[in-house]
Design a protein around this ligand. Sequence first.
Ligand code: HEM
Length: 159
Amino acid sequence: MPAYVVTWIHLLAVITFIGGWLFFQLAVRPSLLEGKTMSSSKEAMKMAQKMGQRFKTVGWVSLMVLVFTGSSQLLDESGSARIETSWGLIMMLKLFVFAIVGGLIFVHDLILDPFGEIGKSQRADTKPLLFAGKVVWVQRAIVLLSLVVLGIAVYLTSL
Ligand code: HEM
């Protein structure tokens, strides 16, 4: 497969992954919260759950596509002089931060699982896990660190 096609698929996975997480932080959550009071209806929470469950699959597929297309691009670089330079070191930093993002996604989707929890018998006075501090901060860390990976990747193209 031509390298530009692999790069195109790589960037498509980047757009889908980071775009999805940003959409949730900037559009879905604020729409559910409406001024810090959790006033969203059962229907709204059900819709949030559906979106969250569907994006869980999209997110993991994007991560796998990033790993495969990224590895393919790395293989293209293997043996090149560039890998021995600061480029190689910074690429390792990119992969290190990406690994942390992967770990946070694992914790978010498989341990916390805020979307799986919605709809289960919920005492009216308890705040859904989706709005719990630990979930909010894990989601923010995933978005922030993904943007750091993007920043490192763009810097790498200038080297
Ligand atoms: C959130 C995760 C990631 C983001 C945001 C990201 C972003 C990018 C961007 C923007 C480029 C530049 C495309 C170009 O114009 O050449 C790129 C290239 C590349 N990425 Fe990623 N990437 C991610 C994950 C990965 C992973 C997991 C790997 C390795 C397994 C990887 C390996 C590469 C390689 C080798 C290149 C080509 C570098 C070059 O030719 O300069 N990336 N990535």
